[in-house]
Design a protein around this ligand. Sequence first.
Ligand code: CP
Length: 308
Amino acid sequence: MKIEHLFSVREMSKKDIFNTFSLASKIEQNPEKYSNSCKNKILAALFFESSTRTRLSFESAMLRLGGQILGFTSAKVSSAAKGESITDTIRMTNHYAHIAVIRHFMEGVGELAKEFATIPMISGGTGTQEHPTQALLDLYTIHKEFEDIEDLNIGIMGDLLYGRTIPSLLFALSKFENIKLHLISPPALRIRDNVDFRLKETNLNYSVVDNMKEVIDELDVLYVTRIQKERFPDPTDYERLKDVYNIKSSDIENAKDNLIIMHPLPRITEISYEIDALKQARYFDQAKNGVWVRMALILKFLGLDINE
Ligand code: CP
């Protein structure tokens, strides 16, 4: 049997995405029904970089499915600290678990997983490359809000250069119709050329702007990301750019009534805490939706989604 892995949303068709949402929605409406679906199955959470949401929501997802979890929370507490290669870690995990989620700083870890993993492996974030399950929960949140993912005007703002959620979200959105995108960032943090190249091969319609004031009155969704301190080669560049955006309630006074504000989190200073209490804030809902989407993905990649 061919083992399936997930390291890019580009590997999923629109039909795969909607099937995942359909199952996530069924789980969300009746979680009890799935509480034994992964009995006797083990999820390995291999986190070579820090995480709150991705690790805990995958672990919560597996526990809610009646499965068990094991893993490590940083490279420092695994044998990577002694010099073990990622390929050997993948080979070991084959014997210890039935499915794994892996967060790693090295781009291309997906290629190694495809070569060496004999269990399904799902990216929990790969360097600056992609964060496919984040994009899926983002789209699930948009789908729940607007009942479809079409004819929307979406602003994506922040560190578009280093944020790994950004390429995944853009590649996922490129599968849908009539999405008008505004990529909002300082010139130093525009999307990378290889992402731009791939987007130009799609029908995605996008403009590039410096300031959300230019487009805020048009948006249905404002998706904000933090400036990714840990990815900057030169710390002085980070210091120069870290406070470039800080959304306050006064900044969305001219927004459409149906605007929602999203963020993959963690948030630093780019969204003021005063926004949390406003009807537009959806970032904590996104984090919650991540559990349902990851439950659906675990079932799908374990081949347990048949007849669901
Ligand atoms: N959104 C997200 O990936 O958060 P964590 O880094 O906390 O997992």
